[in-house]
Design a protein around this ligand. Structure first.
Ligand SMILES: Nc1nc2c(ncn2[C@@H]2O[C@H](COP(=O)(O)OP(=O)(O)OP(=O)(O)O)[C@@H](O)[C@H]2O)c(=O)[nH]1
Ligand SMILES: [Zn+2]
Length: 195
């Protein structure tokens, strides 16, 4: 897509979202012309575009852009990667941390690319289980390591500020492929991330 077409597409999309937020303001009983919120439909549209920008990004391309041949074949762990996503049921935030490990199979990946792909998948409407598997499968299929593991711990605002209203219940999801299916390897990873 050329820059000009992309700009037009973004502007159309912003305008559509702006109108939607305008009608939400009306629906909640607000006066959309009130000074404090007159620009809110546009701000909210831009915020939502930011929070869902992952649909426009290609995580495979990100990993492929920084893969290097290397003989290291022990565990690589990047832990405590903060994430912010939106649950697809209520479009309310869920947030927490991802921990990722892999065992290289002749090549390594630039470390920053792991948090980058977490963001690509987190900045879409998600459920925590799918987010975990999206990250896991992307690394498994693109890097083809000897093993890969992903653990996500998150708090869901839809369970905190509404609905069941539980403030301290974190949800943990995990996925393991290859070598991490073995208890010994999996336990080493869980110990190193403090679980
Ligand atoms: N499995 C899973 N469920 C989620 C996630 N985020 C939100 N949910 C749940 O999605 C469910 C949607 O259930 P519904 O009964 O259709 O919606 P609801 O009436 O708003 O449910 P309550 O939240 O219980 O009030 C709720 O149980 C949420 O807690 C997630 O990442 N994974
Ligand atoms: Zn929800």
């Amino acid at each position: 897509m050329s820059y000009k077409i992309f700009e037009e597409y973004t502007q159309t999309y912003t305008q559509e979202m702006k109108n939607s937020y305008l009608s939400i303001l009306n629906s909640v009983g607000e006066d959309p012309d009130r000074a404090g919120i007159v620009k809110t439909p546009e701000r909210a549209a831009k915020a939502m575009q930011f929070l869902t920008q992952g649909y426009e990004m290609d995580p495979t391309e990100i990993l492929l852009s920084a893969m290097f041949p290397e003989d290291y074949d022990d565990m690589v762990i990047v832990k405590d990667i903060e994430l912010y996503s939106l649950c697809e049921h209520h479009m309310l935030p869920f947030f927490g941390k991802a921990h990722i490990a892999y065992i290289p199979n002749g090549r390594i990946v630039g470390l920053s690319k792991l948090p980058r792909i977490v963001d690509v998948f987190a900045r879409r409407l998600q459920v925590q289980e799918r987010l975990t598997h999206d990250i896991l499968e992307c690394i498994n299929q693109t890097l083809q390591p000897k093993g890969v593991a992903v653990v996500i711990e998150a708090y869901h605002m839809c369970m905190m500020m509404r609905g069941v209203q539980k403030q301290n219940s974190a949800t943990t999801t995990s996925g393991f492929r290859g070598e991490f299916k073995k208890n010994e390897t999996r336990n080493e990873f869980l110990r190193l991330i403090g679980k």
